[in-house]
Design a protein around this ligand. Structure first.
Ligand code: SAM
Ligand code: SF4
Length: 331
């Protein structure tokens, strides 16, 4: 098996696929309230095109994990059909969703072969939920978390973008929620990928703050980090309901994991990106639609990964925001 290696020796085995740029929420830290221009449908990769690229990465380079994301992946019609196609590959298959319709679709996704799921939920207060997502769906999302567990998706994790002055008063409530529901809560440092470009360094709640504050109520102990972007912390008392023994923190700003990054991203319009913050991308859709064979596709993929940089520069004076926001990149 060939390895997909960059010039820093990092081997790539993790694919994140954005299946749509559309979304039924308008989270303040991701999209503007109005005025997103959606991709025309014919510019979005078909399921067959996605399957072709995924199969090539799995068969030729030994990719072993795939995560579907968006935009909001569950707004893509017939999503379970894509899940079923990808489940035939021998990979760990995951999905990230806002959970709004998860109570309806979780059984079909699990039946189609989805292994695990991350549900994004940034506040447990109904009014704040409306402010943060510009939609009134808190109860539906919580139902979705429960439905995902009931459908047998394992693990079910809850992603919380932690922002100073926005939801920092809920850290302990989220820890308690995870322990009661039997889910691992993963706090994400706010990144400069919001469409409104309102990100400020001072709005980032840091990993150190998060762990310190939760530890005051529920003592935590750090675990070693592997390839996964999340640093994991175990509850000293073992946690609550099964599935809640740890929290995770994705410290992209204060503790970047670039040195062990093994990920590439495919956007909904078929561009391969070697980093969320990359300034260039490789047009696989154009190649496929021009009739490229697997060798030509593989050469383009290798070229993209070869150009991967050592790491992003958030927090440094020479940081340049990518022109696409999170929902267009596939977070
Ligand atoms: N719509 C799905 C969702 O919200 O889970 C999937 C796509 S969303 C872009 C993927 C993840 O990125 C979510 O957990 C979301 O909270 C996170 N995200 C979006 N904008 C972000 C930002 N500016 N900084 C950090 N995380 C962000
Ligand atoms: Fe939609 Fe997810 Fe972005 Fe929220 S974070 S606007 S749910 S894509």
């Amino acid at each position: 098996m060939q390895e997909l290696t960059d010039t820093f020796g990092r081997v790539h085995r993790d694919l994140r696929i954005s299946v749509t740029d559309r979304c039924n929420f308008r989270c303040t830290y991701c999209m503007p309230a109005e005025g997103m221009d959606w991709l025309p449908r014919d510019e979005v990769l078909s399921f067959e095109e996605i399957e072709r690229i995924a199969s090539l990465l799995v068969d030729r380079y030994g990719f072993d994990s795939i995560r579907l994301t968006g935009g909001e992946p569950t707004v893509r019609a017939h999503l379970p059909q894509l899940v079923a196609k990808l489940a035939r590959l021998d990979v760990d298959l995951a999905l990230t969703t806002n959970g709004a319709t998860l109570a309806l679709v979780a059984p079909a996704l699990a039946d189609a072969g989805l292994d695990r799921i991350n549900v994004s939920l940034d506040t447990l207060h109904p009014a704040r939920f409306v402010e943060m997502t510009r939609r009134d769906s808190l109860a539906a999302v919580i139902d979705g978390v429960r439905a995902a567990k009931a459908a047998g998706l394992d693990p079910v994790k809850v992603n919380v973008v932690a922002m100073a002055g926005v939801n920092e008063d809920e850290l302990i409530d989220f820890a308690a929620f995870g322990r009661a529901e039997g889910v691992e809560v993963r706090f994400i440092e706010f990144m400069p990928l919001d469409a409104d470009q309102a990100w400020k360094r001072s709005s980032v709640l840091t990993q150190a703050d998060i762990v310190e504050r939760i530890s005051e109520r529920f003592p935590l102990v750090a675990e070693r980090r592997g390839h996964a972007p999340a640093d994991r912390f175990a509850y000293v008392d073992g946690g609550g309901a099964p599935g809640s023994s740890h929290i995770g923190v994705i410290a992209s700003v204060t503790e970047p994991f670039c040195g062990s990054c093994d990920r590439v991203r495919l956007t909904a319009d078929g561009k391969l990106r070697s980093c969320l913050f990359a300034m260039t991308e490789t047009d696989l859709r154009g190649l496929i639609r021009a009739g490229a064979d697997d060798e030509a596709l593989a050469a383009a993929i290798e070229g993209c990964v070869h150009g991967k940089w050592a790491g992003h520069r958030i927090d440094q004076v020479n940081f340049i925001r990518p022109s696409r926001s999170m929902s267009q990149l596939g977070g």
